[in-house]
Design a protein. Structure first.
Length: 92
């Protein structure tokens, strides 16, 4: 559930403003998809939280799972978005 929330919040949080500013749904969503893999800050923050005892081992493990999940999901969505664009372009 946390992974789904992480993915959707990054797509919506950066994709919707990009759609509005670029006035292009596909390009805006690609920006949202690209932001999914930005997990290095979360990884560093989680490591610091674990080191100082702010978060428990179980929360840290969950965060690592979510970070790794987003690292794999982002490129798949990006590839899919460009694949669909190429199919549309080739059919015209």
């Amino acid at each position: 559930m946390i992974l789904i929330i992480a993915v959707l919040s990054k797509i919506l949080g950066s994709g919707i403003p990009a759609i509005i500013l670029l006035k292009n749904k596909n390009k805006g969503l690609r920006i949202g998809y690209g932001m999914i893999v930005k997990g290095e800050i979360a990884l560093i923050t989680a490591g610091i939280g674990l080191t100082y005892g702010i978060i428990s081992d179980s929360i840290f493990s969950t965060l690592i799972f979510v970070i790794l999940g987003t690292i794999f999901i982002g490129p798949i969505l990006l590839k899919y978005s460009f694949k669909n664009n190429n199919q549309i372009s080739n059919s015209n």
